[in-house]
Design a protein around this ligand. Sequence first.
Ligand SMILES: NC(=O)c1ccc[n+]([C@@H]2O[C@H](COP(=O)([O-])OP(=O)(O)OC[C@H]3O[C@@H](n4cnc5c(N)ncnc54)[C@H](OP(=O)(O)O)[C@@H]3O)[C@@H](O)[C@H]2O)c1
Length: 348
Amino acid sequence: MAKLNFGGVEENVVTREEFPLKKAQEVLKDEVVAVIGYGVQGPGQALNQKDNGINVIVGQRKNSKSWDKAVADGFVPGETLFEIEEALEKGTIICYLLSDAAQIEYWPKVKQHLTPGKALYFSHGFGITFNERTGIVPPADVDVFLVAPKGSGTSLRRMFLQNRGLNSSFAVYQDATGKARERVTALGIAIGSGYLFETDFKKEVYSDLAGERGTLMGAVQGIFAAQYDVLRKNGHSPSEAFNETVEELTQSLMPLVAENGMDWMYANCSTTAQRGALDWWKRFRDATSPLFEELYDNVAKGNEAQRSIDSNSKPDYREKLEAELTELRESEMWKAGKTVRSLRPENN
Ligand SMILES: NC(=O)c1ccc[n+]([C@@H]2O[C@H](COP(=O)([O-])OP(=O)(O)OC[C@H]3O[C@@H](n4cnc5c(N)ncnc54)[C@H](OP(=O)(O)O)[C@@H]3O)[C@@H](O)[C@H]2O)c1
């Protein structure tokens, strides 16, 4: 495994040069990889493995759009596409890709099919880390590991088709066969990961829950809303407020930050913008730090996991979700955003 230096700290990383696809195919040649669930991650991981020559089958409940999608994607009922229990029976590696809430509900059935030597694979550390709440406790004689792509299943597939690779983290929780590490690395490569970064289940889920509630999704919407409201209260038009809050960021600045880093972006803007950004960023950091501390603490105490379990398992979950999404969609800021998006040259 390569040791790479990240800002002065050395970390273990698996590269495709060191663990090429041929090696992954060799490690997995006698395995039946059963991808259970054909939602968002399921299609990306199953199709990439199929195209990579891995013996992969899909387990999905029938009479569902996801079943139809699997058929449309080329999985054949009775040959490579089965009801969940049948796939659980046939698989030697069970990729447990139901939604995190459904994983809890389905666990008693999965457990029945985990015979000695099989492997249980996750793409999130949630079920195992919070097992006092989820009840997911695997038997001792199976391997348990994860590969968590750092992005959507849709991106995993798209990047694979473009000959690129999405980075993933990986972790071994239980090595019953002595081959867990080899198996998980082979799977990480086979699903189309670029680089594989080593972690453990707890760190994977804590960072993921903190990140999505924080800068990736929760905090960013909060900061957008706060700035937009202040601009509007001070007489700026919706289009001006939206452009200065969201559009310039997503269309111009973030792609540059993604390519070159923040210092480069600061160096390549007007001197006026530069002065202001350099003066203000630490104040924003200091103002939001206590909130991030509170967020991490809530994640570590299991409160965030419990809240997800409670809300996602309610029968009216989708209706309530739709009401919350409507609130965002119908807000002036995002309605203004819809108009601004429609005016982009590429949309005309
Ligand atoms: N979304 C991502 O891109 C992403 C990224 C990284 C990691 N992950 C992890 O990958 C795993 C899968 O996530 P996902 O987002 O792909 O899940 P998802 O899209 O919500 O997947 C739903 C799958 O679970 C099935 N399902 C839901 N409720 C069920 C039930 N009660 N009984 C049987 N099947 C049920 C769905 O079947 P129907 O369609 O028939 O309902 C579908 O196949 C999770 O551990 C997640 O944390 C996801």
